[in-house]
Design a protein around this ligand. Structure first.
Ligand code: PEP
Length: 250
């Protein structure tokens, strides 16, 4: 049985005071959220305080990026082992903002996926098509390409300890959500592609949906067969919204 998971992606938002207020609200609500797997992926500088705030709770945490290298002269980079030092469980790899704004290729994303797993972190691998690609009927092909480079480099067995997030680029931060049917169709096709390679792994793999998920649309998305929770950007910064989204996974 796949467990549902909701992950907040804070992106480059927050400060010590606001973070504490947000986390206090989430932690206070923990009793109600017992059945939900929840995590927040925060900017690097806040990992230390997040660890202090969340270590006695059932909320996990992680980062939004990592280096593909173990260590060395890579000014400004952060390695998987550093994330491990701060108790990270998850790390997002291949978010469309990193692909589009920081030139991350499928190859680099695959290397980051491997670097994360080597240190025992669970990579949340983001895949998804742009609006133009969708309109040209290329959505599934693009996603297949994004996945196949990771499968080639890491091997299908690596998906045993990973999470995939389907995030249509046109839905991220735009207020436009994929309809539950549109999202389900892509999730099912991702799972089918993986099932052809390893049925057991595909059936156990959590595939999250991300793209303008809010309290008002979370339930209709999360009830779909192949949607195992969400990767939440904007709405994860508002305590009441994020808590309602987490409740929707019951
Ligand atoms: C994201 O950044 O992963 C995301 C899904 O953002 P939003 O929920 O704001 O669309």
């Amino acid at each position: 049985m796949r467990k549902k998971l909701v992950v907040g992606n804070w992106k480059m938002h927050g400060n010590l005071v606001e973070n504490k207020q947000l986390l206090d609200a989430l932690v206070t609500d923990q009793t109600e959220l017992k059945n939900a797997q929840i995590a927040v992926c925060v900017p690097f500088p806040y990992l230390h305080s997040i660890k202090e705030n969340l270590r006695q709770t059932n909320i996990s945490w992680g980062a939004q990026n990592l280096s593909q290298f173990d260590k060395g002269a890579y000014t400004g980079e952060v390695s998987a082992s550093m994330l491990k030092d701060f108790g990270c469980k998850y790390v997002i790899v291949g978010h469309s903002e990193r692909r589009a704004l920081f030139g991350e290729t499928n190859q680099v994303v695959a290397e980051k996926f491997i670097a994360a797993q080597k240190m025992g972190l669970i990579p949340i691998l983001c895949v998804g098509e742009t609006l133009e690609q969708r309109e040209d009927g290329l959505a599934e092909k693009i996603i297949e390409e994004q996945l196949s480079v990771v499968i080639e480099l890491a091997g299908i067995d690596a998906f045993d300890k990973s999470v995939i997030a389907y995030e249509p680029v046109w839905a991220i931060g735009t207020g436009k959500t994929a309809s539950p049917q549109q999202a389900q169709e892509v999730h099912a096709s991702i799972r089918k592609g993986l099932r052809d390679k390893n049925r057991e792994i595909a059936d156990e793999l959590a595939i999250l949906y991300g793209g303008s998920v809010k309290a008002s649309n979370a339930t209709e998305l999360f009830v779909m067969d192949d949607i195992d929770g969400g990767l939440i950007g904007g709405a994860s910064l508002i305590a009441s919204e994020f808590i309602s989204i987490c409740r929707a996974i019951k």
